[in-house]
Design a binder for this molecule. Structure first.
Ligand SMILES: [Zn+2]
Length: 147
């Protein structure tokens, strides 16, 4: 899987992204996220939806100090490569200072408002990840509420 950093494109996707739904290929057995119409590994269209765990491990991250224009409140932007039960997901990190990040730390998915289109009255949300704070608290089955 190539590391796709085009997060604005992901913003336009809806339900499956929020629910952390991935697609598992019935032919080669590999899972990819976000789900697409055909397997990026073998091209098969025999895919089934699977739910990724909401808690994973931060494998690596990139800090972007000059984010693209467009109502960015958070700067710098931290983009993490997160391993969710064996599936690698690229997503923005939130609720964390760059200095607090370390590879191998546990992170959990949360839903965050990313921007608001005042004229259209549309609010966009995206899945982001934050450090798993409370010990013993599992993200399994939790609903990530927008704030
Ligand atoms: Zn495949």
């Amino acid at each position: 899987m190539s590391m796709d950093l085009s997060i604005p494109r992901h913003w336009r996707r809806k339900g499956p992204l929020y629910r952390l739904e991935a697609a598992k290929c019935k032919e080669c057995g590999k899972t990819h996220y976000p789900p697409t119409a055909s397997c990026p590994y073998c091209g098969s269209k025999l895919l089934e939806r699977v739910q990724l765990p909401r808690v994973g491990v931060l494998e690596s991250y990139t800090i972007v100090y000059s984010p693209p224009e467009g109502a960015r409140q958070e700067s710098p932007v931290i983009v993490g490569l997160i391993n969710l039960g064996g599936v690698r997901v690229v997503a923005e990190m939130t609720d964390v200072d760059p200095g607090e990040l370390s590879t191998g730390m546990k992170v959990e998915a949360v839903l965050r408002r990313v921007r608001e289109d005042g004229e259209a009255g549309v609010i966009y949300y995206a899945v982001k990840f934050r450090p798993l704070l409370e010990a013993g608290r599992s993200g399994e089955g939790q609903t990530a509420e927008p704030r």
